[in-house]
Write a protein that binds this ligand. Structure first.
Ligand SMILES: [Zn+2]
Length: 102
């Protein structure tokens, strides 16, 4: 496999991000040019074991916007309410620039 789990893709068309920031091994966020809220990458465990030809991209990185969340602070990042990715059930808060699992 050629993908690198430690490097979320930042070259998907329309998802070229600035300031990619690591929250933990599974969650990163970055900033799209025209959106006030961050966009997240998470390593989706629901995709582990799915054959590569059935996925959009090698590896298990999934991008998600947070446009319905309230951006309390950009630096350090604080979003409300909690983030929940239904694809795999990953759920937690980003406060004070840190991820806290729900
Ligand atoms: Zn997921």
């Amino acid at each position: 496999m050629s993908y690198d789990r430690g490097t979320p893709p930042t070259d998907w068309p329309g998802l070229e991000m600035a300031d990619l920031t690591r929250l933990n091994d599974d969650i990163y966020f970055g900033w799209l040019a025209n959106e006030p809220n961050p966009t997240f990458w998470h390593w989706c465990r629901a995709l582990e074991g799915v054959p590569a030809d059935q996925k959009v991209h090698d590896g298990c990185w999934v991008a998600a916007r947070t446009s319905s969340h309230q951006l309390i602070a950009r630096e350090p990042l604080h979003l409300e309410p909690s983030l929940l990715w239904k694809c795999c059930g990953l759920h937690g808060w980003v406060r004070n620039g840190r991820w806290a699992s729900a």
